[in-house]
Design a binder for this molecule. Sequence first.
Ligand SMILES: [Zn+2]
Length: 1003
Amino acid sequence: MPRYLLVLVVLFIEVYSSPIKHKAVSSCQACHGVDPNKINVHLIPHSHDDVGWLKTVDQYYYGSHSEIQKAGVQYIISSTVEALKADPDRRFVQVETAFFWKWWQHQPDTIRQDFIDLVNSGQIEIINAAWSMNDEAAVNYHSTIDQFTYVFRIINDTIGKCGIPRIGWQIDPFGHSREQASIFAQLGYDGVFFARIDYTDRDQRIADKNMEVIWRGSANSENINIFTNVFPEFYYPPAGYCFDIECGDEVINDDTKSPDYNVPQRVEEFQKKVESLAAFYQTSNLLIPMGGDFQYQSAEKNFINMDKLIAGFKGNDKINIIYSTPSCYIKAVNDEATSKNIKFTLKTDDFFPYGSASHCYWTGYFTSRPNAKRFERTANNILQAGKQLASFSKVKGTDYDDDLTLLKQAVGILQHHDAITGTAKEAVANDYARLLNKGIKKAEPSLNVIVTNLLKKDASSDINLNLETCLLSNVSICEITKSERFIVSIYNPLERPVTHYVRVPVPDGTYKITGPDGEVTVDIVDSISSFEYIDTNFGTPSPKELVFAANDVPGFGIRLYYVEKTSAKSRPVKQSPKVKFGTDTTGFEIDEKTGLLKSVTMNGQTVEITQQFLYYNGFNGDNNGDDKQASGAYIFRPKENEATVVSDSVTVTSTTGTLVDEVRQQVNDWITQIIRVYKGENDNYIEFDWLIGQIEVDNDNGIGREIVSRFTVKDFDNGESFFTDSNGRELIKRQLNKRYDYEYDSTLEPIASNYYPVTSKIVIRDETKKLQVAVLNDRAQGGASLQNGALELMLHRRLLADDNKGVGEPLDDEEFGQGVVARGQLYLVVGSTDSNVSGGKSTAAQERELALKKLLNPLVLVGDASSDALSLDKVQSALNFNFEGLKTTLPDNVHILTLEPWKDDSYILRLEHILENNEDATLSTTATVNLEGLFTLFEITEIRETTLGANQWYDEYAAEDKYIWALKDGSSVSNKEAPVTVTADLQITLDPMQIRTFIIKVK
Ligand SMILES: [Zn+2]
C-alpha cells in the first residue's frame, strides 16, 4: 500500500497577503564587476549587533541606557533601509535575526516591502541568519541546528527565496569549532567568515598566504567542506576609515574648493593599506569589513563617505573598489581561482583555543558562569520534549506549538557568543536567565495538558494534574513534592527506552510509590546540602531526596507515578562502613585513609583512579601590557603553572541503598561532592555530583580562584594526547603543547594554552593497555590532560579582576548576597579501547549512549495530588499510567534528533547516526531506519528530504551548481552530500555521523 509521495506544499508560502509581493527572482545576487587586472576591494557594510552583552536584548533593540552603550538596533535597520533605497549601488548584510524579527514586526507593510525589494535586488544579503551569532565552544550542536532552523522558517515566510542564507558570518566568537563548519556546510552555506584566530596561527597564515582554506567539517565524510575566509585584521574598517557616527575618523571632503578637501590623500592612504592587506591572499580579491559593534545607527553617514571613497578610486590603475557582499566575494574568488588554477589548503581540525597574545588565551569562557551553561541545557531539554509532545498533540487536532515560541527564542538567544559563554555583564546574565525561565513557564501549562491528554482513558475526562517543572530541585526546593500526595510524570524524549532515576526533594518521611506496574522501590537519601543561604522567597529546601527508578520508560513514552507519604519520619539512613560501593560489575572504592576515590570497576576492568578538587589562582593584573593580563570572564590565566590541591583528605559519609550507593565527601567549607553509582544493569558509569561555592577568594590580594576536578589514573600512558568533542559530536585529538597547523610556544601559558572546550566529553586512551577513560559532563566546560594519566575539567570560576576584553566587570557574580554556588555532575566511564567487544557495545558506543541520555533527560513534571479529586483511585480510573509513542524500536545507532510541528499540517523529522567511523565494530556501520509503522499516533503519508535547516528541498538544493575548490594535494572538493534515498516502504539508510532532515505529513 504505497503512500509515500513526494509532492508537497509550496515551500515558499506567502504569509502576508497584501501588499507584500514576492516576485519571481532569477538571481538574487547583483554583484558589482571585478577587474582581473587590479586588486578588487570588496567593501562589506555590516553591523555587529550582540544579542545582549553590556545591555540586555531589549535595551539594545530600543536603544535605551545609552549611558552604558550608545546602541539601538531598530535605528540601524531602519536607517540602513533608507540609505540603501537612496542608491542602488550600496550594499548591506543583515545578520542577527533576533533583532531583525523584532524590527520586522514593528514595520508597516510599505517598509517591509522595501526590505524585501532590497533583498531581491541583491542590495541586502541576509547572512549567518541564526537567531543569534552563536558561540562555538560552549554550544551543543542540537541547539545550534535548532536556532538556524527556527530562523529559516521565518525567512522563508517573510522574505522568500532571495532571503535564503548562504554565508556563515561568525566574526566575533572566540574560536571556531569544526562542528560549526559541518553545520554550515549542511545548511547549504557556501562559505564562512571570521576574525578571531590565534595570533600565531594568523602570522603563519599571512606568511603562507593561507588566510583562506577549505575546511572539512567532518572526519566522517569527505563531502562536507566549506570555503573559509579569515579577515585581514579585525571586523572593523582599517584604521582611519571608520565613518560611523561612533567613530571620530576623518570624513571625506570632496569639494575641491574647500580648504579641507582631502580626497587624494585619503585615497592614497587607503590604497597603501589595501595593497599591504591584499598580499595576505592568493587571489586579487580583498574583503574589507566596513562596520563594527552597533554601527549604522545613522547609516547615511557611513554610506556617503564610502560613496566618496569609491568615487575617489575612479580611474585608479591598481585598485578596483566596490560595494560587495560575502556571496559576491566568494564568487569572485572562485572565478579567479578556477581560471588561474589557484589551490587551497584543506583544514581538518578546528580553531581552538584562541590566543590573542602570549599570555592571553580565551579559554576561561569555556567554563565561565556554569549555571547559565547548565540552564541552557535544561531549557533545550524541555524544548525538545515540548516539540515532540506538541507534535503528538497537533496530530490529534490541538496545536500548542505557539506556546513554545518564547522558549525557542530564549534558547536561541542563549546561544549568543556573550550569553552561554558567560561574558555578558551580570545584569544581562540575569536577564538571560529570566528569558529562559519565562519561556519554560509559558510552555508548562501546555505540556501539562498534552501529557494528561495522552494518558486519558476517556478523552472527555476533565481531570487536571496541574503538572509543572520543578526547576529549583537542584537546590532541593520544590513546593509540590512537599505535599502528602503528588504525581510524577516522566516523558522520555529519546527514541529508545531508558531507565531514569527520578530524584525529587522531599521532607523527611517514608513514601509509597505506585507506578504503571504497581509499587516501586524507593531510596531516601540526604540532600547534598541544606542550601540555607537561599532566600526563603524562593521556597525552603527539603532535607531529603526521594529516589526511584522509572524503569524502561518507552521511547517517546510517558510513565506516571503516584507518590504517597506514609509516615513523617524516614528510617534512619544507614551509614555504611564499607569502602566498596555498587555492584560486582560496576562500582568504585574509596581510600580508607583519605576518603578519596581509589578505584573504579566497570566493563570487566578495575582501574586505580583518584579524583580531587584543585584550584588555580587567577592572575590579577591591570592588563597594562600582555604580561599583566588578568584572568577574567573570557581569559584563563593562572598565576602559577600548577594547580593547588584543595584538600588531600576529605570527610566521608556513605549510604548504600537498593537503587543507588552514595559516598558524600566534604572537601572543605565550600566544596561537597557525592560519588554515586546506580545499580541497574545498564548503569555503566560513576556519577560525581559536585557542589561548589561560594568560592573562597583572596580578597586582600585581589586573587580569585578557578576550580577544577582532576582524575588521575595510575600507570597510564596516553602519549600526552587526549580527545575532546566538537559541540557534542565528533571527537578531535589534542596533543599537549602542540598545534597541528602552526608552531607555538607552549611555555608561555602551559596550562591555559592546553585547555579546550569540552561540550560533552573528554577522553584519554592508553593504546598499550587498550584502556580508555572518559569523563562526560552536563554542561560545557574547559578541560585538558596536562600529564599522562590525568584529565581535568574546570567547574567553576570566581575572579576579582576584569580581563579587559570588553565586558568591563570581574567575573564575581553574587546570588543571595554571596558568591554564586554551582552544582553539576560528571560521569566517569572506563573500558577497553577496542571497537570490537564480543557480546557487547564498545566503550565509545556506551559513552555515546550515555551522552545522549544526559543531553535529553526525561522531562519530569510533578503535580500536587492532595485534593480528593486526585486520589490514587480516581487518577487510576481516569488515566493510563503508561503511554508509548513508538510501535517499534530503531537501531541502536540511530537517534531521532528532531520531531516538531512545522508549517500547516507538516512536521520536521530529523534523524541522526550517533556513532563515528571505527568507534564500534557493529554500530559504526550504515544503519537502516524503518519509518513505516514507527509511531503509535500516526502514519507517515508523505516524506521529502530537506537541507539541514529545513528551508530547501534537498533534491533541488543538490541540483544547484556548487563551488568547486582545487586543493594543494591536486584533488578538488565541493560541498555536496548526496540526497538520501527513501524507499517505497519508508526505509532510510544513514552513514556514521550523518544527520538527515525531512518534512513529513502524517495521518
Ligand atoms: Zn559580539
